[in-house]
Design a binder for this molecule. Structure first.
Ligand code: SF4
Ligand code: SF4
Length: 387
């Protein structure tokens, strides 16, 4: 697979501007005809986490999706938009999410279809490192090609989420929780995500980095302008270039570190075309609050960083002022480490965490509609980080 990544500047969600930048990027990687045949069906795997509104920049922006979808449509493709965000994967949830994220409107305007298939399929994946069999969304079998249309964001568990991590949304919502429990450690989970990306097999990946999310991504962070769109046939190569634009080294990003170790990505082979990615560098792009201990891995040898990281494990906490007691976090906590307990004084239900069971997946932070979940750093980390 070619490790060419095209980067083009685009500083506004105006359809004509986004389309022009995407068309230039597609031209640089060989044109659509190099990857797909007209007259077939293509799934644009968007990132629709939590059904957040476009202006929060937690989801792939609808103008970006519309511009990309129209390019594919005009090439002769039957365009389907789809995702399986965390939580239940059913018709009611999908309808709400498509409407809230602006997908329903652009699909109507531009003649795209919205995936309504909430079935599952069992997929043999003999080339997977950890995942030799996968339960995936049946929307994959309804289409001829998949393209990843992701958002550049920080991620509390994986440091960064881009084109490769976006493919986790081809796993049905509730099965995701099962995979988290089966692979609670950062490294095993990152390896599983790489296996899932391989199995979903996006023929092309596109990134909305016009405005990304910094801080406590992927949902509770803050929008940050970057001003670019990226395209590549290789999702890991695209992520490598995007990470460089926000000052992250591959060693700091588990999926990239492991992709290199597994021979899926060779940074020396990655060729950038179009605009110089250095021109979009945001050197002070803010990482999730608790991630700095993972940066110890860059500063310290593994034998010292590993035990310090274990001792310095962050803990989730719940902001009583923001929490409305909806129970979404407890319902979606993969190892059932959260229990809703009624507060005697106020009579309101509040989540309580069993830290021994918590696997630090941060699904509670990702799915909390009130952004009420905080991550508390230990004093050991604060000392260790000064080393
Ligand atoms: S999801 Fe958020 S608002 Fe709902 S109970 Fe959990 S912490 Fe509170
Ligand atoms: S409490 Fe939160 S971070 Fe801990 S396992 Fe549950 S969802 Fe994951």
């Amino acid at each position: 697979m070619s490790q060419t990544v095209a980067v083009y500047g685009c500083n506004a969600y105006e359809k004509d501007k986004v389309r022009a930048a995407l068309e230039q990027a597609i031209g640089e990687i060989g044109g659509l005809g190099a990857y797909m045949e007209p007259g077939r069906t293509v799934l644009i795997k968007v990132n629709l986490i939590l059904g957040k509104k476009a202006e929060r920049h937690a989801t792939t922006h609808p103008v970006f999706v519309q511009a990309l979808g129209e390019i594919l449509r005009d090439f002769g493709m039957d365009v389907v938009l789809g995702d399986s965000p965390g939580g239940p994967f059913n018709q009611t949830a999908l309808k709400y999410i498509y409407r809230a994220t602006g997908m329903e409107e652009i699909a109507k305007e531009s003649g795209f279809r919205l995936n309504e298939n909430t079935g599952t399929i069992e997929v043999d994946h003999t080339n997977g490192k950890l995942m030799k069999k996968l339960t995936m969304t049946a929307m994959l079998k309804d289409v001829d090609y998949v393209v990843s249309a992701c958002k550049l964001k920080t991620h509390s568990m994986m440091t960064f989420t881009g084109a490769a991590k976006n493919m986790f949304g081809t796993i049905p919502g509730t099965v995701k929780a099962d995979y988290h429990v089966r692979m609670p450690e950062e490294e095993t989970f990152a390896n599983a995500l790489l296996d899932i990306c391989m199995a979903a097999h996006p023929v092309l990946s596109f990134m909305d980095a016009i405005v990304g999310m910094e801080g406590n991504g992927p949902t509770a962070g803050v929008p940050r302008a970057i001003g670019a769109v990226l395209a590549s046939p290789d999702p890991c190569a695209l992520d490598l270039v995007a990470c460089g634009m926000i000052g992250l080294k591959p060693q700091q990003v588990p999926m990239l570190r492991l992709a290199i170790e597994r021979g899926m990505l060779d940074p020396q082979e990655v060729v950038c075309k179009g605009d110089d990615p250095a021109g979009f560098l945001v050197p002070d792009f803010r990482m999730p609050d608790h991630l700095e201990h993972d940066l110890l891995r860059v500063k310290l040898p593994k034998w010292l960083a590993d035990p310090i990281s274990k001792m310095a494990r962050a803990k989730v906490q719940f902001d009583p002022k923001r929490c409305v007691g909806c129970g979404v976090c407890a319902a979606n906590c993969p190892p059932k480490a959260l229990t809703m307990i009624r507060d005697q004084a106020t009579g309101k239900a509040r989540p309580s965490v069993d830290h021994k069971k918590c696997i630090r997946c941060f699904c509670c932070q990702e799915l909390c509609p009130q952004e009420a979940v905080r991550v508390h750093e230990s004093i050991i980390f604060k000392i260790a980080n000064k080393l």
